[in-house]
Design a protein around this ligand. Structure first.
Ligand SMILES: [Ca+2]
Length: 186
């Protein structure tokens, strides 16, 4: 059974109502600050990096890129975090900036270049390995979620075992949100 079909937990709804300070079309919505407050560990002494780490997840939760998270977005995100491949699902949504369900080459390059750090995976876009997923310069192709996840797993296995998939691309590490979230739901 897909967890995306699970009914929303009343706690998830309660957390949303507690934190949502924004309004859109007369409905409560979460701002970035609301969202970070809802998912970050309650006693964490924020510093800038931690805040940015959590705030980046807002982009994955804000499915229509409207700058606010609706109750439907929140419940969808909560279900996403329950999935065993949550980190990959989140990474995919961060890269799929137009939300059309595939990551095309331009999206991939753009997100990678915006977020890479000195520690990021150094892609050789012309390597046979990379063209397997992204195509070559004559013919680029978009990645489905399965292809994207396969690529990330390949990257991890090849280069950095035990490394969080998002940290391959982002200039900071993200504490797996599922842990914080489940603590929050206890
Ligand atoms: Ca896309």
């Amino acid at each position: 059974m897909s967890s995306s079909s699970s009914p929303p937990s009343s706690r998830a709804v309660a957390i949303f109502r507690k934190h949502a300070s924004g309004q859109l079309d007369g409905e409560p919505h979460m701002t970035t600050d609301d969202f970070v407050a809802a998912i970050a560990p309650p006693n964490e002494d924020y510093h800038k990096i931690a805040r940015e780490s959590y705030a980046v997840l807002f982009s994955a939760a804000d499915r229509s890129q409207k700058g606010l998270v609706s109750i439907q977005d929140w419940i969808y995100f909560e279900n996403l975090l329950k999935k065993p491949d949550a980190e990959y699902q989140i990474a995919f949504r961060l890269f799929d900036t137009d939300g059309n369900g595939v990551v095309d080459y331009d999206e991939f390059i753009r997100y990678y270049n915006q977020n890479k750090s000195d520690n990021s995976f150094p892609f050789d876009w012309n390597a046979p390995w990379a063209s397997l997923y992204c195509g070559n310069k004559n013919r680029r192709h978009a990645m489905t979620y399965d292809q994207f996840a396969q690529m990330l797993r390949g990257l991890q296995g090849e280069r950095v075992r035990q490394v969080h998939p998002l940290s391959l691309f982002l200039p900071f590490s993200i504490t797996p949100p599922s842990l914080n979230f489940s603590e929050l739901l206890i």
